[in-house]
Design a protein around this ligand. Structure first.
Ligand code: VAH
Length: 316
């Protein structure tokens, strides 16, 4: 059985439903620090209130449901993390530490995502290697590198089966992201349909790796199911599907909504974060070690995203 923390967040709310479809509703336990309005997740299978800062709450959920794998998604994202670095450290590192300790005690596997944010200004920016310099200068990035090192330590030292991927910006139409730097690439689609214009907080030529949520869910499930004897790396694999700039996603949307316009009001804080991250990742290790292969590029994502959002927003 799988316990998913942060199950009402951008990734969690879709991963729960996808995994319940594959493994059966009763085998996927969703958990969150607080109840939110998400009936699809809460009513389709087991749900527990778990604050990852309370180790006993994690332990109780693991025991009650005989959990053998924790997918730990509870986290504070980059922009919110820069506004509240102490909270980001507590949730992202202490929360993960609590999950790893329980995993060690109860022989449970742990999957937790890292991020392209685990790289910093001194990391090679183009085709960023799997193994390279990681000196991020955001608190979120510091927590992500710490998380990678903690997970590898628990694997080496205690034999805990830890695995993770470095996610790029994730784009989805179900649940909004919770305060990241790549969020513009989600909001732009909503605004294109609702108002026909979008004011972007990043410069038009800011390149970042991105991925459509269906590919992200596939990456989690594929790595979690991968043959451990084939894994040379563990925490965490570079994975990417595309890299684009606000200028390019604007042009792609205009193929569908010709009158859409974008303008720019740069937010220096999020621009600084974005500039510290890679322009493109080398994800060959994930392809070689567990068969990673994304399906959606910018054109395919835009086509699907606009169609799904028209239905969701009831816009023809
Ligand atoms: C963020 N969406 O913007 C997250 C992610 C690589 C970006 O970590 O903080």
């Amino acid at each position: 059985k799988v316990l998913i923390t942060g199950a009402l967040g951008q990734i969690g709310s879709e991963l729960v439903l996808e995994m319940r479809k594959i493994y059966g509703d009763q085998n996927i336990v969703a958990s969150s620090r607080s109840m939110e309005d998400n009936p699809k997740v809460i009513e389709s299978g087991p749900f527990e209130l778990v604050d990852v800062l309370e180790p006993k709450q994690i332990a109780d959920a693991v025991s009650k449901h005989k959990v053998d794998t924790i997918i730990h998604l509870a986290a504070i994202l980059s922009a919110v993390g820069e506004a509240n670095p102490a909270l980001a450290w507590k949730i992202n590192v202490e929360g993960l530490f609590n999950a790893l300790e329980i995993a060690r005690e109860k022989n449970v596997a742990v999957f937790t995502p890292s991020s392209i944010a685990a790289f910093g200004p001194s990391t090679p920016k183009d085709n960023t290697p799997q193994d390279t310099l990681q000196r991020p200068n955001t608190m979120y990035g510091v927590t992500k590198v710490s998380g990678e090192l903690l997970c590898d330590y628990y694997y080496e030292k205690f034999g805990v089966d830890t695995r993770g991927v470095r996610f790029p910006g994730l784009i989805s139409y179900e649940t909004l992201p919770g305060g990241g730097t790549t969020d513009y690439a989600v909001h732009i689609y909503y605004e294109a349909l609702k108002t026909g214009k979008y004011t972007c907080y990043l410069k038009e030529d800011t390149y970042m790796d991105m991925m459509y949520m269906p590919d992200a869910l596939q990456a989690i499930i594929q790595l979690a199911e991968a043959d451990p004897s084939k894994l040379v790396h563990r925490n965490a694999f570079n994975v990417t599907a595309m890299s684009f700039s606000p200028k390019e996603i604007n042009e792609e949307i205009r193929k569908h909504i010709p009158q859409f316009t974008i303008d720019y009001q740069v937010d220096p804080i999020r621009q600084k974060i974005a500039d510290s991250w890679p322009n493109s990742l080398d994800d060959q290790a994930a392809r070689t070690e567990w068969g990673w292969k994304p399906k959606y590029d910018l054109a395919a994502m835009t086509q699907d995203m606009l169609g799904k959002l028209r239905n969701k927003l009831n816009i023809k």
